[in-house]
Ligand binder design. Structure first.
Ligand code: GLV
Ligand code: MN
Ligand code: MN
Length: 423
């Protein structure tokens, strides 16, 4: 039996999907046209309720798990078989874009609705997931839900992570449970036939080659750090030069050395996106500087070289201060399995959508699912390659193209599931 692909593709409704994206963007909307929808915030919990209501209105089941992942399920002919999984995340960066993550979740839901509209019951269930805390903008490191789902991070340790206000993931998850008493729980580490994540590219390549769909080949490696520089508070005008232990000045020296080291490596991405000072007053010598480092490069050896450069930068920059480096996340460069890439490329061809291979410079939950089940990703272009910014935008035609390729890929996976599944 083959999938009724023509009927499914004809039922993928670009206008409905676009309206849903607009509706989702109202949760945490910012004046600049983006969203601030931090993980497990009131805004995200309201967005999840919107998804649950939409799904239930179409007869889809909603459930979650102990890590706060939300699943919307279209039942298959064989409910006992591992499901085909798609989705992404609905949390955002502060003043982030309305498509990052949201596109993958809403495109997944659109595909489920297209299956329903086409009267196509898949042989196995298809589920759309919204992973908990992909972005790490409230609780760090991110991709918590997907890491917990595959067993890469145990729940008690994850629950103990606190945000800047001292609220722990555990407390935030308990608040989520209180807000979703009607959503039944399923276990973590469930078998899954395969995972396909649709996402905006967040870079300029697809737009430059005017191609609506990217078949993602892999994801570049990352290391993430938190650095604490400790000095001593004092009067800006009275502490003599030789006695000053200025944490900000030491941080500045260290960051300048990181910048110089990164400039020596072709393709190195080094970002210090967060810096907090204690006390943070103009006439007080900062007693502490706390900042983030984000290192990314397609070659793991280059990332490791930067790791050593960061260590050396701290030693050279500390002066009278102390510098502590916490390595909070590390992920090697990965390649998605050839069979999944081929399946997506064939789906694009079946849907009549031009597609090209593309390597992901951004991180995604698909990284962690890749260790659990056959995994692949579909990209669509975004305007000027801008993401993690309120100006992030997509062309509705590309949104539809991506959803059509996702529909064809999920149909292929449901009617002809990949062999491998997790134990
Ligand atoms: C994910 O949001 C990333 O920072 O790559
Ligand atoms: Mn994302
Ligand atoms: Mn993001």
């Amino acid at each position: 039996v083959t999938a009724p692909l023509d009927a499914i593709l004809a039922a993928v409704d670009g206008d409905r999907l676009w309206r849903r994206l607009e509706a989702l963007a109202r949760f945490g909307a910012t004046p600049g046209g983006g969203v601030t929808r931090l993980a497990l915030s009131a805004e995200e919990i309201a967005a999840r309720r919107f998804l649950i209501d939409l799904a239930r209105a179409r007869g889809l089941a909603a459930f979650s798990d102990a890590a706060g992942n939300l699943f919307l399920r279209l039942e298959g002919a064989r409910p006992d078989r591992p499901c085909v999984l798609t989705g992404s995340h609905v949390d955002s960066q502060p003043r982030g874009g309305r498509f990052d993550g949201a596109f993958g979740v809403m495109a997944g839901l659109e595909v489920l609705e297209a299956f329903l509209d086409a009267g196509a019951t898949p042989p196995v269930a298809i589920e759309v997931v919204a992973w908990m805390n992909e972005e790490a903008s409230r609780f760090a490191p991110g991709m918590m839900g997907s890491k917990a789902f595959v067993g890469e991070w145990d729940l008690p340790a994850m629950r103990s992570v606190a945000d800047g206000a001292g609220v722990t993931v555990g407390e935030a998850l308990d608040a989520l449970d209180a807000a979703e008493p009607d959503v039944p729980k399923r276990p973590l580490r469930r078998p899954v036939a395969c995972f396909v994540e649709a996402h905006i590219e967040q870079g300029p390549l697809l737009e430059r080659c005017a191609t609506p769909v990217g078949v993602v080949t892999g994801i570049q490696g990352t290391r993430r750090y938190r650095v604490t520089v400790s000095g001593a508070a004092g009067h800006a005008g009275t502490v003599p030069p030789g006695d000053r232990r200025d944490a900000m000045m030491a941080a500045a020296r260290m960051i300048a050395r990181i910048d110089a080291a990164a400039a020596r490596v072709d393709g190195m991405m080094a970002t210090c996106g967060m810096l907090r000072l204690e006390l943070g007053a103009p006439s007080v010598i900062p007693a502490e500087a706390f900042f983030s480092i984000d290192i990314r490069h397609p070659q793991d050896a280059a990332v490791e070289e930067m790791d050593r450069a960061i260590e050396q930068a701290a030693a050279a920059a500390a002066g009278p201060c102390e510098i502590r480096i916490d390595r909070i996340a590390r992920a090697p460069t990965l390649e998605f399995p050839e069979a999944m890439r081929r399946r997506i490329a064939e789906a694009a061809a079946r849907a009549g959508e031009p597609a090209t291979d593309i390597f992901s410079a951004a991180g995604h939950d698909a990284r962690h699912l890749n260790a659990w089940c056959p995994t692949g990703m579909i990209f669509i272009p975004c305007r000027d390659g801008i993401s993690h910014a309120e100006t992030e935008w997509c062309d509705p035609a590309d949104v539809l193209s991506g959803a059509r390729v996702l529909a064809a890929t999920l149909a292929s996976a449901a009617w002809d599931p990949p062999g491998g599944s997790a134990p």
